[in-house]
Write a protein that binds this ligand. Sequence first.
Ligand code: GRF
Length: 190
Amino acid sequence: MENNRIAILASGSGSNAEAIIQFLKGDPDMRVSIVLTNNPTAGVLARCERLGVEARVFSREDWKNGSVLKDLQARGITHIVLAGFLWLLPPTMVQAYPNRIVNIHPSLLPKFGGKGMYGHHVHEAVRKSGDTITGMTIHLVNEKFDDGKVLFQATCEVSPSDTPDDIARKVNKLELRHYPEVVRQWILSR
Ligand code: GRF
């Protein structure tokens, strides 16, 4: 029963995309059908080639004129997983996949979320805040940045000597450990 067909949208390195692809390999209930990226130099492309997963680069034009959404629908995609994808989703896409789009964010939302809060900006802000705990959040996607219903959070400690890079590494570890399983459970519960 492979009727759950996942599209992963990613803009960067793709460590989360790879973890999900590996985790779901051979899963009888779902599979990653396609990886889409807006970034022709994204590391996720090399990962897909190595893993034998189809990947496609799309342009700003494709995104704006709705052809990315049409492509997802034509492929029978049932769920969208954002894994380091930097563009805000258009309302048409959110409405076409109600409660069927999930995102991961490298902080404990609602802290350090919203427009401009991605990658290093997040970890630098955590460092500056003096918080002693940070973590990651997996949440449903709505029409705003980092705003939908939270499905799962995991935490890690920030020690006084941690640089933003150290914090990023700790959070990424949590992401790779949890995102694949949370995605699987979320899809099975739909
Ligand atoms: C992750 O930290 C994720 O939380 C954020 O972007 C980063 C993506 O990393 N949304 P990668 O491309 O999966 O390695």
